[in-house]
Every structure is written in C-alpha cells, then in structure tokens.
Design a protein around this ligand. Sequence first.
Ligand SMILES: Nc1nc2c(c(=O)[nH]1)N[C@@H](CN(C=O)c1ccc(C(=O)N[C@@H](CCC(=O)O)C(=O)O)cc1)CN2
Ligand SMILES: [Mg+2]
Length: 304
Amino acid sequence: MARLIDGKQLSAQVLVEVATEVQQLKAEHGITPALAVVLVGDDPASQVYVRNKVLRAEEAGIRSIEHRLEADTDQQTLNAVVDQLNKDPEVHGILVQLPLPKQLDEAQIIAAINPAKDVDGFHPLSVGALASGQPSLVPCTPLGCMIMLQQIHNDLSGKHAVVIGRSNIVGKPMAALLLQANCTVTTVHSHTQNIEALCRQADIVVAAVGRPELVKADWIKTGATVIDVGINAVEVDGRRKLVGDVDFASVEPVAEAITPVPGGVGPMTIACLMKNTLTAARAQLASVASKDIESNPEPTAAVG
Ligand SMILES: Nc1nc2c(c(=O)[nH]1)N[C@@H](CN(C=O)c1ccc(C(=O)N[C@@H](CCC(=O)O)C(=O)O)cc1)CN2
Ligand SMILES: [Mg+2]
C-alpha cells in the first residue's frame, strides 16, 4: 500500500508555522501581513476558493481584504482596483482569482500587479526569476507540491520527474522547481508521443492536466511518487464527485506514495498562499528599511 501524503494535515502544519512567524513579525516590527483577494464574477468554485483563502488567512493571523466585482466588470475598472492595491503600503499580497470572465485580459492584469506583492507568482518578473534560479515568489500549487515531495524524498537530486501538463499556473513552474532541485525533468502534453512510456520511467509523476483519472496503474513504475494536481467534478450514479487526474484506486497499490483528491494538493495551495504573503511582507519590510538607510545614512566619523 502506498503512503498517503495527506494535504489536509500537512497544510495545517504549514499554517501553524506561518501563524507563528506572523506573530513574530507583529511583535518585533508591528506589522500585520495583509492579503488582498480580487474576485470578479460569481463562478461558484472560485467563490469557494476565495472563501477558503480568507478563512485560512484569519487562522494564520493575516489580514485579508476582499474585492468582489460584478461579472461584467471592464478592464479599466479591474486595473484601477489593482492599481490602488499596488500603491497601498498596508497591502503586502495581491491576488486576482482565476479564471476571469472572458472580456478581461488575464495576462494584462497579472502584469499590472506590483511584482513585490505578486503572491501568486504569476507576474512575468516572478516567472523569469524562478526560471533563472533567482529568489522569487513561487506559484502556490507547485510550491505545495514541492513541500509534499519533501515528505517522501530528502533529496530529489537525480530523480526523473515527469510533469503532465504545461500550464503557466502549475506545469511550467513545477518543472522549473523540480529542475532547481536537480531532477531530470520531462514535461509531457497533448502533442507528446508515448506519454505512458515516458511516465513509466518516472520516479516522480506530477499530473496537472485536468483530465479525470487519466493516469492509470500501467503508467506508473513500482515505487514511484505520484502527485495529483487535478480537481475534476464528475458524476457517479447521478452524484457529483471530485476526482483527480490519477486513477487513485488502480495507481495506489503500485506507487510508493500518492496524494489524494480531495484533501491533497488543493489545501496545500492555500497554505502556500499564506506562506507567500508572509514572505512578501518580510521582503517589503526589508526593502523599506534599506531605503531608509539609503536616504538617511549614518553620519561618517569626522576625520581630524
Ligand atoms: N489566482 C489564482 N487562481 C487560481 C489558482 C491560484 O493558485 N491562484 N488555483 C486554482 C484554484 N485554487 C486556488 O485559487 C484552488 C483550487 C482548489 C483548492 C482546494 O483546496 N480544493 C479541494 C477541493 C475543493 C472542492 O471541494 O471543490 C481539495 O483539493 O481538497 C484550493 C485552491 C485556479 N485558480
Ligand atoms: Mg491550483
């Protein structure tokens, strides 16, 4: 039987660590990290995710600010909201919940977020920093997956990782993080030939393609670690059920370790958002402190 990597439990642990550090930041510097969440429209899944983000922020001692905009909001109005949040020194993290209604340009609004406050890690500067190995705010889902992998592998060096999917939110940053951790990384997607054979070579499989139960037992090498990022609603006997991109029942006996859906990567995504908000608040504090020193340097000792 595979080891179950319990995202509920692990995310609770991450949140306790974040909460402790938030309290320290408050006590030592009088700063309460603040996260602004912008939701446009009334997509029911997005509403659930935003509600959970606000609840987890509260648990971690992070102040949250919600902006809910009508489904027919135009780009200019959304830009104005982001602009105001960019300028507010008491806001440390900004996220615009995706997907956006179709009249809005996602790439444009992501690029409009102050990169220092880009707690989703989607801004082109954050993406470039991650790709070139510079410190950056890392997208929450891949960051959560890395924390899950660290539960199983002390050292990922030399492992062959196959990432299924090449989205900007998960597949691409996931591949970059695995490469950073010295894995040999293969990204497979809809144009890849022989996906199954490539997966069978993998020590680590990360499935992030949005296809219910695509990954079957015969895709998986005995002893591999399987991270399932998919959250797909399907109907079973007339009832709605959530399944991942991995056929859990068949893969679980083959794998060494596996994440469940629900209760796997999803809760880690939200915990990592709180981690990123803390990181952003700290970095902004350090940046303000260094600017103070630049504009008001210590007087040099008189030479006499
Ligand atoms: N701005 C962003 N938009 C989106 C992101 C993101 O990281 N930033 N990711 C997803 C949605 N998402 C967070 O925003 C998210 C999805 C799912 C979960 C989660 O905990 N899922 C549960 C099941 C939930 C259910 O019952 O429906 C689980 O897996 O256990 C958290 C966050 C797209 N948009
Ligand atoms: Mg996600």
